[in-house]
Write a protein of this length. Structure first.
Length: 206
């Protein structure tokens, strides 16, 4: 009779593996956390990148008068020219998602909160381009895209702030525990190991 038979019957719950406090099987939670991390980072990067591209487009076209009989000159001004701080915030927001991949736990959640604030400021810049009453002919699509991009990045930041401590760290699956590092086999001397190598055998085998 095996040791497992002597221990008594094993329930289906024991066979399924460790169970979390919410009743979910342990192996499934890392997969869900990995998906959430990927979705949040992709959404944040896409939103910040969209905002950065939108601020480089012409938001306003103004007519600068010139002495008669010369016609007025059309002057296009980008979002970056109207709001010089806006591309810097979008760039910091974009770079911050790389830090999300490299952090963990409470630090990652705090970073998610900071990225949310930056993204909201970017979205506010787009809203100002839409409703700020700028002089000249306003191209509404570019401030709108900036607003949408900032909103997407803000949603990703909220998700990170709420659940970032449950997600895996980049490269954690490749880390080896100390118990898995091979070491010397008890009961064998160095000479025995060399003799085994000379015979073409693996000295770590029992």
């Amino acid at each position: 009779m095996s040791a497992r038979d002597e221990a008594g019957p094993v329930s289906a719950r024991d066979e399924a593996g460790p169970v979390t406090a919410r009743g979910e099987a342990g192996p499934g939670r890392p997969q869900a956390g990995r998906r959430e991390l990927v979705y949040a980072v992709l959404l944040g990067v896409a939103g910040a990148g969209l905002s950065m591209w939108a601020v480089t487009r012409p938001w306003v076209v103004e007519l600068a008068p010139r002495p008669a009989p010369l016609p007025p000159v059309r002057v296009a001004r980008t979002g970056a020219q109207l709001l010089p701080w806006l591309p810097a915030l979008a760039l910091v927001t974009l770079a911050g998602w790389g830090a999300v991949l490299a952090t963990r736990g409470r630090v990652r959640r705090l970073l998610g909160g900071g990225l949310t604030g930056l993204a909201v400021a970017v979205a506010a810049g787009g809203g100002y381009g839409l409703l700020g009453g700028l002089n000249g002919a306003v191209s509404r699509q570019w401030p709108l895209l900036c607003l949408i991009g900032g909103g997407c990045a803000a949603a990703a930041g909220v998700l990170t702030a709420a659940r970032g401590d449950r997600w895996l760290v980049m490269g954690a699956r490749y880390e080896r525990s100390a118990g898995s590092v091979p070491g010397p086999v008890p009961g064998r001397s160095t000479r025995d190991a060399w003799d085994a190598l000379d015979r073409g055998a693996d000295p770590t085998d029992d």
